[in-house]
Write a protein that binds this ligand. Structure first.
Ligand SMILES: C[S@@+](CC[C@H](N)C(=O)[O-])C[C@H]1O[C@@H](n2cnc3c(N)ncnc32)[C@H](O)[C@@H]1O
Length: 352
């Protein structure tokens, strides 16, 4: 910044410091506005705008007619989405789906539409707004908002449960096959997917490993939506088991826990992992499939998810040292960590 030679040095540095603060304030204000983009993305997901654009470019008025929305407000949402390359506006005022935007359609493989709706659902959004509570009280904000813990809420409220479990399956879809390919499973034996949701991961593991059998273990209301039926490649090799993984876990040779330990605090994880240790067959493995938080200042999705876990659940994302300690407390040994092309790693544990 140019400075006045006649100005005393102290005043000059005060001016430079002020200029730095002005820029910093502008940056923080911009960051604070960051919540609006996911809200717009969610509005687009809710109203099915991407499906309406599947057949080619359209004006906001045409899209509004198809989606039953207000044309002027739809335009405003699309204009913001265009700034992050979800859609693009041409010189005639027509919007097109970009390659990124294609994944917001509901009729494409790996559709992110339900995942967007789940991640921006009030079950995450409202507790996040009260994150300071987690700092002052050291507890989750969810129970104060909803009056009941996260997963108990889903057992009671079918509509929210559907948003979560369908959304969770959609979030997992792009990573399941990649994770199944990242690990050398034994040729024979039983894989138990603990808290396996709708079974997307188990499906991929069984497809890749024709000598394996699988058990999908979860709550009854979740298993009701599973998708293991009707796949010829795995026919006759799978079963479901309903239950509470804090009470018991089915026996097997490989236990998968994908995005499970990050939901729970250390004591809860020790209970769950100890159940797995007790029932894993000799020579078996327990595979914790979660992000391993890097110890640096760089952005990583796990650092964001970690705060969602803090605000809505009792869990957290963990570092390698955290996993080693946690597994040790459950009578297990961390044998190795295999990165995958997704944000998740395979944290392999064996009985001590
Ligand atoms: C974050 S989701 C992960 C689902 C799946 N593993 C995936 O990666 O897509 C957590 C899963 O744990 C299940 N779960 C939560 N509490 C449970 C309990 N006490 N017993 C059994 N399953 C439970 C939920 O129903 C849900 O399917």
């Amino acid at each position: 910044m140019p400075h006045d030679e006649n100005q005393p040095a102290g005043d000059r540095s005060a001016t430079a410091a002020e200029e730095g603060l002005r820029r910093s304030a502008a940056f923080l204000i911009d960051e604070a506005l960051g919540f609006v983009f996911p809200a717009a993305l969610r509005a687009a997901a809710d109203t099915g705008v991407a499906d309406a654009l599947a057949n080619g470019p359209a004006t906001p008025a045409e899209l509004a007619a198809t989606t039953g929305t207000d044309a002027r407000n739809l335009y405003r949402v699309l204009r913001l989405l265009a700034t992050r390359n979800v859609v693009a506006e041409d010189e005639h005022g027509r919007f097109t789906l970009t390659e990124t935007g294609q994944a917001l359609r509901s009729d494409v493989p790996y559709s992110a539409r339900n995942a967007v709706r789940m991640l921006t659902d009030r079950t995450f959004w409202l507790p996040a707004e009260r994150m300071a509570h987690c700092l002052t009280e050291g507890t989750t904000a969810f129970d104060g908002v909803f009056g009941i813990p996260f997963f108990d809420h889903f057992a009671r409220d079918e509509e929210t449960a559907a948003v979560f479990h369908v959304g969770m399956a959609a979030m997992s879809d792009p990573e399941n096959a990649v994770i199944a390919a990242a690990y050398d499973f034994p040729e024979t034996g039983t894989v138990v997917d603990v808290g396996g949701g709708h079974g997307g991961l188990l499906l991929e593991v069984l497809r890749r490993n024709p000598g394996l059998e699988g058990v999908l273990y979860d709550r009854a209301h979740v298993l009701a939506g599973h998708r293991l039926d009707g796949d010829k490649e795995i026919a006759g090799r799978w079963s479901t088991a309903e239950g509470d993984f804090f009470a018991a876990v089915p026996a097997g040779d490989v236990h998968l826990l994908k995005r499970i330990t990050h939901d729970w605090d250390d004591d809860q994880c020790v209970t769950l992992l100890s159940h797995c240790r007790r029932v894993v067959h000799p020579g078996g493995r327990i595979l914790v499939l979660d992000a391993v938080v890097p110890r640096d200042n760089a952005p990583h999705q796990a650092k964001t998810l970690d705060l969602m876990m803090m605000a809505s659940l009792t869990g957290r994302e963990r570092t390698e040292a955290d996993f080693a300690e946690l597994l040790g407390r459950a009578g297990l040994r961390l044998s190795r960590i295999l990165p995958t092309p997704t944000v998740l790693s395979v944290v392999e544990a064996v009985s001590v």
